[in-house]
Design a protein around this ligand. Structure first.
Ligand SMILES: [Zn+2]
Length: 285
């Protein structure tokens, strides 16, 4: 299969029992989960039985799994407590990812708060995030996947070329990768819906970080127009990006073998329809 297609699944009630049950109802070929409250700092222990079931069922069905780290994480914050909590929270997500057999942990690239220059914030990201990458020494450790934002406020990374200084700050660590969110990159100003827009954007990304760094795609349409800097996801084909750019995505060499995760509205039915829609675009290209 060129690109597994799946979704972010709820896990309250059991990682395997609820999460993989939901995934089956979507006919998902890949899954993404939270291992902590995404809007909190808690670092809960897992349930060993559910962890083992999740790991073995994903392996048996060849379903690549990913963890999304909490939203509060910001390594560029001017608040010391936020940076300290970010370290603990991301380390927790990375450890939990290994425990459940996930291939990658998605983390937002953060912003330079407190009116500080971007270079100062990036230097701080290096100081606190690079050691976490150096801790990934086991064979089955996940990749750390940077997800750029829609470009609100003093975002450290929203356009494709912003990954350049970020990767430089991380010494292009071998465990570092990218999660491309189509809604975010469109909102940041890359017109995926324009002529060859998807191809050009992927070309720019590869030109900035090199081949093999794109490890995951968050496939979301956008409720807002290009460059709106708004992070409002829409169902595939129902937003301003439209369906065609996703068909284009499936034929770009940079996306070969890269899983697609939807994070769209509409509950279970909406999610199932989006997964089906993407598979159709993939299989009829
Ligand atoms: Zn996303």
């Amino acid at each position: 299969m060129r690109n597994p297609v799946g979704g972010h699944v709820p896990v309250a009630g059991g990682l395997a029992k609820v999460g993989l049950g939901y995934a089956r109802e979507l006919a998902a070929e890949t899954v993404q989960v939270f291992v902590a409250n995404p809007r909190g700092w808690a670092t809960p222990a897992g349930n060993p039985a559910q962890d083992e079931l999740f790991r073995s069922e994903c392996a048996a069905d060849a379903v690549p799994a990913y963890v999304h780290a909490p939203y509060l994480i910001n390594f560029g914050s001017h608040t010391e407590a936020t940076v300290e909590r970010s370290v603990l929270s991301l380390r927790h997500s990375l450890r939990r990812a290994r425990e459940i057999g996930a291939l990658g942990v998605v983390v937002h690239t953060g912003s330079a708060t407190g009116g500080r220059p971007r270079e100062v914030a990036l230097a701080q990201v290096r100081t606190h995030m690079l050691p976490l990458l150096d801790e990934l020494t086991h064979d089955d450790d996940p990749f750390l996947l940077l997800e750029s934002t829609a470009g609100q406020g003093s975002s450290l990374c929203s356009r494709t070329w912003d990954f350049g200084p970020y990767f430089e700050a991380m010494d292009s660590h071998p465990k570092l990768g990218i999660c491309l969110d189509t809604c975010h990159i469109y909102a940041a100003g890359h017109d995926l819906a324009g002529p060859s827009g998807m191809r050009q954007t992927l070309d720019l990304l590869v030109g900035t970080v090199g081949e093999g760094r794109l490890k995951l795609i968050h496939a979301n349409d956008s409720k807002d127009v290009v460059g709106a800097h708004k992070d409002r996801h829409e169902n595939i084909g129902a937003g301003h990006i439209g369906a065609e750019p996703f068909a284009e995505l499936f034929s770009h060499p940079a996306t070969e073998g890269v899983p697609l995760i939807i994070e769209t509205p509409g509950g279970k039915e909406g999610h199932a329809a989006d997964v089906a829609r993407l598979k159709e675009l993939r299989d009829t290209r």
